[in-house]
Design a protein around this ligand. Sequence first.
Ligand code: NAD
Length: 347
Amino acid sequence: MKPERVRVAVVGTGGIGKYHIRLWQELATAEVVGVFDPDAAAAKEAAERYGVKKIYAALAEAVGDPRVDLVDICSPNMFHREGVVAALEAGKHCLCEKPLAVTPAEIEAMIAARDRSGKLLMTAQHMRFEQRSQTLKRVIDAGRLGEVYYTRAWWLRRRCAPVKPGFLRKSQAGYGPGLDIGVHVLDLAMHFLGHPQPVSVTGLTARHLAQRPDVANEWGAFKAADFEVEEFAAGFIRFRNGAALSLEVSWLLNMLEKEQYGVWLFGTEGGAHWPDLKLASVRDGLLVDTTIVSQTGGDGHKHELAACADAVLHGQPSPVPAEQSLTVARMLAALYESAETGREVRL
Ligand SMILES: NC(=O)c1ccc[n+]([C@@H]2O[C@H](COP(=O)([O-])OP(=O)(O)OC[C@H]3O[C@@H](n4cnc5c(N)ncnc54)[C@H](O)[C@@H]3O)[C@@H](O)[C@H]2O)c1
C-alpha cells in the first residue's frame, strides 16, 4: 500500500534544516520522524522546538531507520556527498540542499548511488518553485522572448557576508559566494533557458575586502582567519547554441545598493527581467514594456518541499534532477579553474 505521507529524517539542523522541519510539518503530505546533527545541542534544540520525537546519534542511524522514506540533507556543502550517498545506499529517497555538491565528481558519485538504488534524488533549488519563476518560465516556454542569445544572472551584496565557518572555511563550504548564491541564479537562468549545453567558461574571483581590518559587514563580525573563500566571483559562459551568459556574485563589494539580484534574458522577440516580471518588446513598431502583476513570490521553499513529497508519493521523476545540478557544478568548477589559471576553460 502506498504511504499517504512521506516520512522524513532531516540531517543538519542549522538555519535551513530548522526551516525545512517547520515547512515539512505544514504539509499534509509529509511528516518529520527524526533529526540528526553532529552538534548534539543543535539537534536537541531543533527537536524540542518542533516537537520531533527522535534524535539520531549518527548519520547511519538516521538513514537506516526503517520508518524513514526520505532523507533531507541540510548540512554544510562539504558534507552533502556523504549524506546523500549514505541515504541512497540505505534505500532512501533524498532531497539535498544547494549546492548539490562542491565538485562535479561528488555529484557523479551521487548519481551512481542513485542509479544503483533506483530512488529519487532532488536538489533543493527553491527559486525555481517561486510563483514568479514559474510564471516567467511559462512566458519563455510560450516563445514570447524568441531566441534568447544573452543572459545576465547576478546576486550582488555590498556588505552581507555570512559569518559562520560553515560558509567561510574551504573545508566546510568548498567555495564562497560563487557557489553559495551563484548556484541559485545560475541554476534559475539555466532552468529558464531550458538547460543549454555549456562549452566554455572564463572566470574571475577576488578576496580584497574580507581581510581588511576596517571591513564592515551588516550580517555581523566574522573572523578574518575563517574567511578562506572568495568574496566575489564573475564568469562568462558560452553555450553550444551560440548564446552566452554572464554571472556576477558577491558578498562584499563597493556598490551603492545593499543587495541586488536578478536574471535578465535578452531574446530576438523580447527581453525579460526576473524577479520583477517586466517584459520588453516591440508591438506595431512601438517599444512596449509589460509588467506581469498578478503573481506574488510565494514561498519557493514550501513549494519545493511539496513537489518533492508529491514526486515520492506518486513515483514521479525528480523535480530537480541531479544531471542539471551536475551541469551547473561543471560551469562553476570551470569558473574557479579559469580564475586560478587566468585562461578560458573548455568543457
Ligand atoms: N536554499 C536556500 O535558500 C539555503 C539557505 C541557507 C542554506 N542553504 C544550504 O543549506 C546548507 C546548510 O546551511 P545552513 O545555513 O543551515 O548552515 P548552518 O551553519 O546554520 O547549519 C548547518 C548545520 O549542519 C550541521 N552539520 C555540520 N556537519 C554536519 C554533518 N557532517 N552532517 C550533518 N550535519 C552537519 C551543523 O552542526 C549545523 O547545525 C548549506 O549547504 C547551504 O548552502 C540553502
